[in-house]
Write a protein that binds this ligand. Structure first.
Ligand code: FES
Ligand code: ZN
Ligand code: ZN
Length: 297
């Protein structure tokens, strides 16, 4: 196959776009998709201070690399979850990446704070992934708020969000379906939470990382084995093989035409509180994270 732009040998073929690209033109295509997402969903501009949540995986490192390259004011934020070798390896990738590109990052270490995920999962009756999600969200919000970041950016890609949408649809969770936009006005403490890779698939992000020498941790988190999100991703991949473009339409048309029907009216919105323990905004007087921590004590 030949590159659609220059006719040279294509390194990647994208069936949903019915096109192949050489390295140079794939990079151009990739950046354009990110620019389109930022503009279309009014995510942020050059005056914003952006905190990029990084895990050491391909998506978050590619996102950080690109936003920095595009000239945005970025800082990485990494939570060391304390999940044995997996966390050690991912921290190594994050450190190596920051050093290589001269980028600054903030690191929160759950083991040093006395509550690694491996300890929390023994004391709290929820799955490790659920505990981890609440914990990461808590620290993302806390660090962003305390350091006056305007924007919290995460590396979720099209596969992640289409799978989440499918999961929320299969169970008809109106509360979650109302929060599927790639740019959510967060709360009074942070301006927006955004997902600039939303127009790109996992495969495209992986190819971009490979072509641009971005070294990431390829291992999946050991706690995610058997996660339902993988089942939804596999189902969508089957559909995508038969009908290229399905994932994108499923997600983007939902956001465009349906999501607003699930959004709560201003008057129906639950009252927000400032958690009396950690000072972070929450629907509850004591947030879920602080309640979990009490169990550890
Ligand atoms: Fe959170 Fe695996 S990354 S439990
Ligand atoms: Zn080309
Ligand atoms: Zn709290």
């Amino acid at each position: 196959m030949k590159c659609r732009k220059c006719g040279e040998r294509a390194l990647i073929s994208l069936r949903r776009h019915n096109a192949g690209f050489c390295k140079e033109h794939f990079n151009e295509f990739f950046v354009r998709q990110v620019e389109k997402a930022i503009k279309k969903y009014e995510m942020f501009d050059y005056s914003d201070k952006i905190m990029v949540c990084i895990s050491g995986g391909k998506d978050s490192l590619v996102l950080w690399y690109l936003l920095h390259k595009m000239g945005f004011d970025t800082t990485g934020m990494y939570v060391n979850l304390g999940i044995g070798e997996y966390s050690e390896k991912s921290l190594e990738k994050v450190k190596a990446f920051s050093e290589k590109h001269g980028l600054k990052s903030i690191i929160v270490n759950l083991t040093q704070l006395g509550h690694p995920i491996t300890l929390m999962e023994k004391r709290v009756k929820r799955t490790a992934c659920a505990i981890c999600g609440t914990t990461k969200r808590h620290y993302f919000n806390k660090v962003a708020h305390e350091n006056n970041f305007d924007i919290v950016a995460t590396g979720h890609n099209l596969d992640d969000e289409a799978a989440r949408l499918l999961g929320n649809t299969m169970r008809w969770y109106p509360e979650y379906l109302g929060k599927m936009s790639p740019a959510l006005s967060a709360d009074s403490q942070i301006k927006k939470k955004v997902k600039p890779l939303i127009r790109l698939t996992e495969l495209e992000v992986g190819a971009y990382a490979f072509m641009n020498g971005i070294y990431y941790i390829a291992d999946e988190c050991p706690k995610s084995v058997g996660a339902t999100s993988m089942i939804y991703k596999n189902a969508l991949n089957t559909l995508e093989t038969e009908m290229p473009g399905t994932k994108h339409y499923f997600y983007s048309e939902f956001v465009k035409n349906v999501a607003h029907k699930f959004e709560r009216e201003e008057t129906e919105k639950k009252e927000m509180h400032i958690c009396s323990i950690c000072g972070i905004e929450s629907f509850l007087e004591v947030c879920t994270f602080c309640k979990m921590l009490e169990k550890i004590k």
